[in-house]
Design a protein around this ligand. Structure first.
Ligand code: NAD
Ligand code: TDX
Length: 340
């Protein structure tokens, strides 16, 4: 079996490459990544020299390049992780989100039609459902919740989902979609909340908490997400959407306090700053469908996952210091300077 993994030099795609290369030595993993600011070959270091791993540097919105790879590799399964993934960047400049997340998905789907595949899997997000109010803890996102997006990022991801569903219906392309809640774990780019918190504390910098820190996210350890996708591509039903999440809701303030405790630091690191425009209040996934159909359940508790994550950032300083010492500093200044 040949499996194309796009966006494999990023956070979740990278963890998925590690997981799949190790679990399926008989299958070939073919990673396609443009190596944007978020892509990092150091993330792929553990698999680069493995016989069942191949890497192509290419843009998923580049039709010619994608066609060439499909023609050469004749893949069976595609897992499309490649995306612009940071909400704040989509607010600063939406255009690249439209190009990669929408056009790029369209190009991948066209290549699947042209060359024929056994399964196309779209890695989507719970953000396509919009948000839930804080005072209705009884409400959760199910696969039937209407699409209702807030940011240019989530709108571009929802557009991609609609394209996938259109290709599945019109061209009978064998597709699945997964919509996962917030991931955390090793190799998470330090612009995102949990690694940003860890990196700032380790560099003796304040943690910028948006608004009052009361927004709620449903956190899932990245390996649990990888396991869910593996199950869906092998056993999930064609044409279906699967929500992935672990009933692990935390306010941002609770998350920061857990990380600070793990690092043995006090709450004086917390700094409240101007809120994100259009900031979604609460995400909460109902994962009943994937549990009942595929037997999936998260295995890592939040406390255990945070312990492992903090340990990883302490032991892999070089990986993230490399990132924050480069271009990232300009982004950080633009995003956080004068935010007050
Ligand atoms: P990431 O930003 O860490 O990685 C994205 C990867 O895609 C990078 O390696 C980047 O170089 C690559 N890429 C970007 N544009 C590309 C292009 N045009 N062509 C080829 N490669 C390109 O993102 P992530 O957090 O690992 O997210 C991966 C996927 O999972 C995304 O589709 C995201 O929407 C989805 N998702 C993420 C989360 C989360 O909590 N991080 C939750 C749910 C869903
Ligand atoms: O500096 C910060 N301060 C802060 O309070 C940052 C970067 C974030 N936050 C808040 C905003 C959110 O409520 O923390 C929460 C998490 O923020 P992010 O890490 O930016 O994630 P989020 O916006 O929830 O989106 C993530 O989950 C869904 C991923 O980045 C998406 O790719 C995924 O689809």
């Amino acid at each position: 079996m040949k499996i194309i993994i796009t966006g494999g030099a990023g956070f979740i795609g990278g963890n998925f490459c590690h997981y799949m290369v190790k679990k399926y030595p008989e299958d070939q993993m073919i990673c396609i990544d443009k190596l944007t600011y978020a892509g990092n070959m150091e993330t792929l270091a553990p698999v680069l020299d493995k016989d069942n791993f191949t890497f192509y540097k290419a843009d998923i919105s580049d039709r010619e390049a994608i066609d060439e790879i499909f023609q050469k590799e004749q893949p069976d399964i595609i897992v499309n992780f490649a995306a612009e993934s940071h909400v704040d960047r989509s607010i600063l400049d939406p255009e690249v989100f439209l190009r990669t997340n929408i056009i790029g998905t369209g190009v991948m789907l066209d290549a699947c039609r042209k060359y024929g595949i056994k399964r196309y899997h779209q890695v989507s997000t719970d953000e396509v459902y919009g948000d839930l109010p804080l005072d209705r803890p009884d409400l959760f996102f199910t696969e039937e919740t209407p699409i209702h997006t807030s940011s240019p990022y989530s709108a571009s991801k929802a557009s991609a989902d609609l394209l996938v569903q259109a290709y599945a219906r019109t061209y009978k392309l064998p597709c699945t979609i997964s919509r996962c809640s917030n991931n955390y774990g090793p190799y998470h780019f330090p612009e995102k909340f949990i690694p940003l918190t860890i990196a700032n504390v380790l560099n003796d910098k304040k943690i910028p908490v948006y608004g009052k820190g009361e927004n709620v996210r449903d956190w899932l350890y990245v390996e649990d997400h990888c396991r869910a996708i593996d199950l869906i591509i092998r056993k999930g039903r064609e044409g279906e959407v699967y929500n992935i999440g672990g009933h692990n809701e935390r306010t941002n303030l609770e998350v920061v306090k857990t990380v600070l405790k793990e690092l043995g630091k006090g709450e004086d690191f917390i700094s409240y700053v101007t809120d994100r425009p259009g900031h979604d209040m609460r995400y909460a996934i109902d994962p009943t469908k994937i549990h009942k159909e595929l037997g999936w359940l998260p295995e890592t508790t939040f406390d255990e996952g945070i312990k492992r994550t903090v340990k990883w950032y302490l032991e892999n300083r070089e990986w993230w210091e490399h990132i924050i010492s480069g271009d990232y500093q300009n982004y950080y200044d633009t995003m956080y300077k004068n935010r007050g």
